[in-house]
Design a protein around this ligand. Sequence first.
Ligand SMILES: *Cc1c(COP(=O)(O)O)cnc(C)c1O
Length: 348
Amino acid sequence: MIDIAPPLRLRLDRDALVANWRWLAAASGRAACGAAIKADGYGLGAREMMRHLAAAGCRDFFVATWAEAAALMPLPAGVSLSVLHGVGASDMVAARLLPTRPVLNSVEQVARWREAGEGRPCDVMVDTGMSRLGLRVEEALGGALGGLTIETLLSHLASADEESVQNARQLAAFRALREAIPARRYSLSNSAGICLGADYAFDLTRPGIALYGGTPRAEAAGHIRQVAFPEARVLQVRTVRAGESVGYGATWTAPRDSRIAVVNLGYADGYLRCHAGTGAATFGAAALPLVGRVSMDLTAFDADDAGAVGEGDWLALGYDLPATAAASGLSQYELLTGLGRRFARIWS
Ligand SMILES: *Cc1c(COP(=O)(O)O)cnc(C)c1O
């Protein structure tokens, strides 16, 4: 077999991941702290996320689809997995075969689950203000859930990352649901919801982005550590003379004779064009600002202050999530989920 070096590396820090989960678990008070690992663990690798978090004590995991659930089989011992999109007509075979629970999202899904007739436990999502997935409150209170064995009753906060009156409204609606609908556990908060305080935690929290290094609200700043560190390789270092331009559209012109490091990274890897103007990499202690436009597979960085950098060297991309989101206009979520398949995911 030919041994081909990966063109890009995504360094993943297990200790940071576990430290983030522990902080979120402590902030969840008496509630258990689960983990949202949908979209392949926010692009970082769901299987490894589950393995490391389960080893740290996390017991409750959430994916979006049945294909995501199937890819995680067999589950580690003692772990529970829920499928957030519930059961469509074509999902029932997977739902019967896999040791997971659907999160039922509509009256139709409830009927489908009941018809399957096995009485197996399920989770249920009730919409308290997101208008995305979930039964309406009046449907849930009006008897639509009778006869189900509900493991976890869920709702999802729409504005937890903001100071919004909607948070207290959703909290009140969820408390009323808890009084009326029997379930073994109740779960409301994502990462930002955990930061709203113990009132919002109920029995189980479901953080995603903060596990992976995102800062959902100011309360988490200074506590959440960066988990994902993308690195790209230098293909060549070239001299660009004063007055010459770099890249498509000639959007950057060298103000002086410059050394430019061209790296094997581009928007096909999820490093999008909106990083132009603010993106940067580092080589050791030296900073290399992005110059010109990002291409599909190539990006240029000004290497004037990185005297030693040369072909084959690895540059670390600036990828602190809150700072990079603020600079690029992308959300912290998009910064992670966009990272492409050419990155080798490497744990340390
Ligand atoms: C994605 C998701 C979460 C996790 O949200 P974060 O903002 O990433 O913490 C929790 N609950 C549900 C229903 C989700 O879809």
